[in-house]
Design a protein around this ligand. Structure first.
Ligand SMILES: Nc1ncnc2c1ncn2[C@@H]1O[C@H](COP(=O)(O)OP(=O)(O)OP(=O)(O)O)[C@@H](O)[C@H]1O
Ligand SMILES: [Mg+2]
Length: 140
């Protein structure tokens, strides 16, 4: 159990023979703004993608809001990422035909379908796209 909203404890992640994280720990409190800095290849993205559930570390623990995410299934991690994380990736994973607001709202679409099928108790999520703004994410 942790008091921080996001915490990585002694996380280890390797890509083949490349050790991206060797027992890295970080704790972030709710409302805290943190910048992770370092040279290219030092493991910043790997560190950030672990709590978001995109990458699964080989060792260590990831905690989010008092929950240990370490052993969550792939689908539970996907659901968590969709519902509880906002993640802007480093390289162009935006859809240029959509507005910035539509891009931000895109992961909420499956939520809307689940809400329609009665599987999701948070109908407020289905309204979020309209509140998300309309600025374009890239020039046409
Ligand atoms: N999917 C992957 N497959 C193989 N190696 C990877 C992969 N992702 C990261 N690495 C390696 O892990 C190390 C850490 O990479 P990471 O992307 O976390 O660094 P970074 O600090 O975010 O770098 P940058 O500042 O360039 O974004 C690097 O040596 C990188 O080549
Ligand atoms: Mg990076």
């Amino acid at each position: 159990m942790s008091a921080a909203i996001v915490e990585a404890r002694a996380v280890r992640k390797a890509f083949g023979r490349t050790e991206a994280l060797r027992g890295t720990s970080i704790a972030v409190d709710e409302g805290e703004v943190v910048a992770v800095t370092g040279p290219s290849g030092s493991g910043k993205s790997t560190l950030l993608l672990s709590p978001a559930g995109v990458l699964r570390p080989e060792a260590g623990e990831i905690w989010f809001d008092g929950r240990n995410l370490t052993d969550l299934s792939e689908s539970d991690r996907t659901r968590l990422r969709r519902r509880e994380f906002g993640l802007v990736l480093q390289f162009g994973q935006l859809v240029p035909e959509l507005t910035a607001g539509q891009n931000v709202a895109l992961p909420l679409l499956p939520e809307k379908h689940e809400a329609r099928r009665g599987q999701h108790p948070r109908p407020g999520l289905a309204r979020a796209p309209r509140r998300a703004g309309h600025g374009r994410c890239a020039p046409r």
